[in-house]
Write a protein that binds this ligand. Structure first.
Ligand SMILES: Nc1ncnc2c1ncn2[C@@H]1O[C@H](COP(=O)(O)OP(=O)(O)O)[C@@H](O)[C@H]1O
Ligand SMILES: [Mg+2]
Length: 319
């Protein structure tokens, strides 16, 4: 069996400032296999972007503990020069906001060409143009549009450009941080379908970050549910779609929030309450204050992530 393209082992990320420490990611262990799409789902503030930035080694004011291995290489031991060579070529990221990720004063064509030439200086101008045409084709943009500046493109097209840059160097794994969140539903659909097609064609692995469980269930092979900086459930996407499967109470809440078209009346139930303040985490299970199935034990003892029927679950109800 091929080894994992990405391995996180007890990964912990703490933002540190003079006045406080925020443990934004806590003890995350996760392995992503070749060709696999893993969805990372959780409410805003659950630590998804922090996890992504930590993997890419793009955080400055944070302490990172544990292990990050990408195709077997220890990311945390790399010096800046190693990282520059490694990033984009082996692991890349498509950022949440396409407008911020792109350089506003450079045409899209120039930005992609620069990325290609920086990592592959031996490429001829014609080879660069050829690869750019291939990329335009993959993300379904008329190559002529690549002569535009980012602000001249629609939000959906900008997001396609960001994905084109992320896959330009044929990485083994791409982290996509809410790539479709800012888009309207029709554009979102078409982009997701495009991402699936590119992935099927090129075979890279994807860590797909979203707050939308229904969207990720359609796209991913496995889903990691994050709450208060931890993975509270790791499940096959098929189990998230299976109404009979047992889940973590938080996952159940997320599932209940998805309107079902088969219902006669659609009642969208959110999860009452709010996620905890990460700078002031209380002992016990961080979901306990919002959990309809809370037990006394939950207020004192934080449950570990342990094997369950459909994957792994961190909940005292299951162990
Ligand atoms: N630069 C930062 N300094 C301190 N705390 C931060 C910083 N960035 C994010 N946080 C905190 O870390 C937690 C996780 O944030 P984030 O990773 O952005 O979550 P998500 O992407 O799931 O919405 C939140 O509590 C957030 O307030
Ligand atoms: Mg985020």
């Amino acid at each position: 069996m091929a080894s994992n393209v990405l391995e996180l082992d007890d990964l912990t990320v703490t933002y540190v400032s003079r006045t406080r420490r925020v443990p934004a990611v806590r003890n995350v262990t996760l392995a992503v296999k070749p060709h696999e799409i893993v969805g990372l789902v959780g409410e805003s503030g659950s630590g998804k972007s922090t996890l992504a930035f930590a993997i890419m080694r793009l955080l400055t004011n944070a302490e990172v503990g544990g292990q990050i291995r990408v195709v077997g290489q220890n990311m945390l031991a790399m010096d800046p020069e190693d990282l520059r060579r490694f990033r984009w070529k082996t692991i890349s990221m498509a950022f949440q906001s396409a407008m911020n990720a792109l350089n506003p004063v450079m045409t899209v064509q120039r930005q992609i060409a620069d990325t290609l030439k920086y990592h592959q200086p031996h490429l001829s101008d014609e080879q660069v143009r050829q690869r750019i045409r291939e990329l335009a084709d993959m993300v379904r943009i008329d190559p002529a549009r690549f002569q535009s500046y980012p602000h001249e493109l629609s939000g959906g097209m900008r997001q396609r450009v960001v994905i084109a840059i992320a896959i330009a160097l044929r990485p083994n794994v791409v982290i996509m941080d809410e790539p479709t969140t800012a888009l309207d539903v029709v554009v979102q659909r078409s982009l997701l379908e495009n991402i699936t097609a590119i992935q099927a064609q090129t075979g890279f692995s994807i860590v797909f970050i979203s707050h939308d469980l229904s969207l990720v269930t359609e796209l991913a092979d496995r889903i990691a549910i994050m709450y208060a900086g931890r993975i509270v459930e790791l499940t096959a996407a098929s189990a998230a779609a299976d109404p009979g499967a047992r889940h973590h109470p938080y996952t159940q809440g997320l599932l209940a929030a998805i309107p079902r078209l088969s219902d006669e009346t659609v009642v969208i139930r959110g999860i009452p309450g709010n996620p905890p303040d990460m700078a002031r985490l209380a002992p016990g299970c961080p979901f306990a204050p919002r959990c309809p199935q809370r037990m006394d034990r939950c207020l004192n003892e934080e449950p570990a992530l342990r094997p369950a029927e459909t994957g792994q679950i961190a909940c005292h109800l299951f162990h």
